[in-house]
Design a protein around this ligand. Structure first.
Ligand code: PRT
Ligand code: MG
Length: 216
């Protein structure tokens, strides 16, 4: 009996940038997530299916075996904690970085210098907490789920910790990056039990992906 392999992806850049990697493993997704309401997508391989979940939920699906494999941003992996996940490969896709940004009229260096208590809005409390603790700074974190850029503009926070790619979003909202925290890319994650039970099939996928991203 062939074992079913379930791969968790999020719609948008991760799905789009994973497609060429799947192709190198001979896997072709048969429906376009932008055109269907289905959350389970068949592939040309009878034993492989793709499930569409929120980017932040990919690590959770894979942790509990709702999916055998998934592709998740390092940002979301850090916030999840990574328990129960085997992380064999950096796919080097969906690249960006995490940074601290403030209003252009906010003197961040002075706040740092004076040891001020910063109010920081973020979707990434673990990354933010570790960063400010490492600098020996007090940060009061405010958890948000989106549109972080609005927080300094409305007085909700002094600073945000958010993902930056081109920097256009910050610029459009009169914000400026004052700290670069870490580079981000998406990683392949595998459920540890699934890796043992379905090792041959999963290894073939990992090897194809590794070849495609030029990993050793
Ligand atoms: O959108 P949704 O709330 O469903 O979830 P999500 O935002 O977590 O998903 P998605 O698909 O937007 O992002 C998935 C993953 O892509 C993230 O976890 C990152 O690892 C990665 N990634 C790469 C990015 C970006 N680049 C990125 N630029 N995720 C988000 N952005 C956003 C950023 O938050 C900011 O609002 O784009 C904006 C900045 O872009 P620039 O180009 O204007 O700097
Ligand atoms: Mg998004």
């Amino acid at each position: 009996m062939t074992q079913q392999i379930t791969l968790a992806l999020s719609k948008g850049r991760i799905f789009d940038e994973t497609l060429p990697l799947l192709a190198t493993a001979g896997i072709e997704v048969l429906e376009d997530p932008e055109k269907t309401r289905k959350l389970i997508l068949p592939t040309n391989q009878a034993d492989v299916r793709v499930v569409l979940v929120r980017a932040t939920d990919v690590p959770t699906y894979v942790e509990y075996g709702g999916a055998d494999l998934g592709v998740a941003g390092k940002d979301n992996l850090i916030e999840h904690g990574g328990q129960g996940l085997f992380r064999p490969l950096d796919l080097r896709i969906a690249q960006c970085h995490v940074g601290v940004a403030v209003r252009t009229d906010f003197d961040y260096q002075q706040a740092v210098h004076q040891g001020a208590r910063l109010r920081v809005a973020t979707k990434y409390p673990t990354i933010a907490r570790n960063f400010f603790a490492g600098k020996g700074m007090h940060a009061d974190l405010i958890k948000l789920y989106g549109s972080m850029e609005l927080a300094p503009l409305t007085g909700l926070a002094d600073a945000i910790v958010d993902l930056v790619s081109t920097g256009n979003t910050l610029k459009a909202n009169q914000l400026v990056e004052v700290e670069r925290i870490m580079d981000i890319s998406s990683h392949l994650v595998v459920n540890q039990a699934a890796f043992k039970l379905k090792q041959a099939r999963i290894k073939r996928i990992i090897e194809a992906f590794a070849g495609a991203v030029g990993a050793d």
